[in-house]
Design a protein around this ligand. Structure first.
Ligand SMILES: [Zn+2]
Length: 132
């Protein structure tokens, strides 16, 4: 759908620009690269169109993703851990935000760890016979 700088599918119809598409790709690659360096795990760039070009980075072999809060402006990131087999459904998710992608990722993993600790604590109060 490239036509005079417009790069947009009929399903979107927002007259997204090729420039925005190109930027989303660059930002996604940068995001994945920096998180790969900071977390010691491989992250992959992800770009999609939905009334504008959006991007995220996905951590390989896990259900951890991170994307900017506002796809035009640098005002922070949110990170998700999906509990669903199909992450796009988005059920049972952990969500956290932070000023940088790394902060957001760290925050959502901390939330997950807190939740695990809380569940373990609740489990201790259950009748031990039923927990066998
Ligand atoms: Zn579009």
């Amino acid at each position: 759908m490239k036509e005079g700088g417009v790069y947009c599918s009929p399903a979107c119809g927002n007259d997204c620009t090729y420039e925005a598409f190109d930027r989303a790709n660059r930002m996604a690659k940068e995001l994945a690269k920096s998180l790969t360096a900071k977390t010691g795990r491989q992250w992959h760039p992800n770009v999609w169109e939905n009334l504008g070009w959006h991007w995220s980075a996905v951590c390989e072999g896990s259900r951890l993703t991170v994307s900017p809060l506002n796809h035009g402006v640098d005002d922070g990131y949110h990170a998700f851990i999906s509990m669903c087999d199909e992450p796009t459904i988005g059920g049972g998710e952990f969500v956290a935000s932070g000023p940088t992608a790394y902060h957001a990722v760290k925050a959502v993993v901390d939330k997950y760890k807190e939740d695990l600790a809380h569940r373990a604590e609740c489990g201790k109060a259950l009748p031990s016979k039923l927990m066998e």
